[in-house]
Design a protein. Structure first.
Length: 117
């Protein structure tokens, strides 16, 4: 069982920045990948960014490329999502997801990001 605790969401004005954190129970280097997804009201959950833990390769949704960076701190067993130049359409609940080495997925509880003036 993997537990994920997200933090860092909130209300930000258009053009602003936020950094989301996802702290995992256990050594994140033992996972297959860690990523961030989001779900806006009335829409399906979608991938924002994902990192393969072995090697650190990353992948981003086209809608956030150049504005968002996924990173990790192995010592803290934490993955981050730095979001810059935020737009109203980035408003959503953001979820952290882990896929273990056995390919089992675990989700965090979600953190609300609201971009509004």
């Amino acid at each position: 069982q993997v537990q994920l605790v997200e933090s860092g969401g909130g209300l930000v004005q258009p053009g602003g920045s936020l950094r989301l954190s996802c702290a995992a129970s256990g050594n994140i280097m033992n996972f297959y990948n860690m990523g961030w997804y989001r779900q806006a009201p009335g829409k399906q959950r979608e991938l924002v960014a994902v990192m393969i833990m072995d090697g650190g390769s990353t992948n981003y949704a086209e809608s956030v490329k150049g504005r968002v960076t996924i990173s990790r701190d192995n010592a803290k067993n934490t993955v981050y999502l730095q979001m810059n130049s935020l737009k109203p359409e980035d408003t959503a609940v953001y979820y952290c997801r882990v896929v273990t080495a056995n390919r089992l997925p675990y989700w965090g509880q979600g953190t609300q990001v609201t971009v509004s003036s």
